[in-house]
Ligand binder design. Structure first.
Ligand SMILES: NC(=O)c1ccc[n+]([C@@H]2O[C@H](COP(=O)([O-])OP(=O)(O)OC[C@H]3O[C@@H](n4cnc5c(N)ncnc54)[C@H](OP(=O)(O)O)[C@@H]3O)[C@@H](O)[C@H]2O)c1
Length: 230
């Protein structure tokens, strides 16, 4: 059966590379973006892959938007095999003296709470063997994180914990949930000095998704499929 994938933040960066890689593998892709009407690369891909790519409007901080996105996908398919929470934000230049509550809350909303609300709304489409990949970061690792990116690092640490709890709750219905560090990737977020091309990270993430089994649920992986320290 053709694997069916939904992901967020699909209009650029790692998300767009995941769409390209999934289409190259013959997947049916539901690509979530805040503004599909402005997502020119996704629109071009939809023209060349009309049977395999649908653009879905979704802002992960807006519950009504998440509900509408889940409905739009459910109107087309009763099942998803892979759900990738990829959308993320990374506010720069934080220091204790300049920390801003609104910035912190927004970062937690997009990076930690949003993924859970997406999973809640898409849960009816996830059946035995379905795989949830929450795109985290090595900066969310308590043993690895450095720097002073208070909001980003702690929001990814929260996402890691949420993933572990979710994995426990969904184990009995055999749905797999993992956190994934995608590598340091050349995107708007990763910057031009990053060593990894988005396509390389995307290939690794989809290889990992294909290999995941129930025994892997609740774990934190790198894009290469190795265990990442918490
Ligand atoms: N690049 C790296 O080196 C790196 C390293 C570790 C982890 N990550 C993680 O990998 C994921 C993808 O990162 P990236 O490098 O591809 O970032 P990016 O190029 O900055 O793209 C971020 C994506 O998230 C979307 N997004 C932001 N806020 C959103 C919201 N409220 N609702 C829905 N979508 C929203 C953006 O949409 P708009 O275009 O509409 O803003 C965009 O599609 C993120 O979770 C990031 O934390 C990246």
């Amino acid at each position: 059966m053709t694997p069916q994938l939904f992901l967020t933040g699909a209009n650029r960066g790692i998300g767009l590379a995941l769409v390209r890689e999934a289409l190259a593998r013959g997947y049916r892709v539901f690509a979530g973006a805040r503004h599909p009407d402005r997502a020119s690369e996704l629109q071009a891909l939809a023209q060349t892959h009309p049977q395999h790519l649908d653009l879905i409007a979704i802002d992960v901080t807006d519950n009504a938007s998440i509900a509408a996105a889940a409905q739009a996908v459910a109107a087309q398919t009763p099942r998803l095999d892979i759900l990738i929470n990829n959308a993320g934000v990374f506010p720069r230049g934080e220091r204790l003296t300049t920390l801003d509550a609104q910035t912190m809350l927004h970062t937690f909303h997009v990076n930690s709470v949003g993924p859970m609300m997406v999973i809640q709304h898409f849960r009816p489409l996830l059946h035995h063997g379905a795989k949830i990949l929450n795109i985290s970061s090595q900066l969310g690792s308590l043993t690895r994180a450095g720097g002073t990116s208070y909001s980003y690092n702690s929001s990814k640490a929260a996402l890691n914990m949420l993933t572990r709890i979710l994995a426990q709750e969904l184990r009995s219905v055999r749905i797999i949930a993992v956190a994934v560090h995608p590598g340091w990737v050349r995107t708007d977020m990763g910057g031009p000095a990053a060593p990894l091309a988005p396509a390389t990270s995307a290939r690794g993430i989809l290889d990992l998704a294909q290999r995941l089994r129930l025994r892997d649920s609740g774990e934190f992986f790198t894009w290469e499929g190795k265990k990442h320290p918490w």
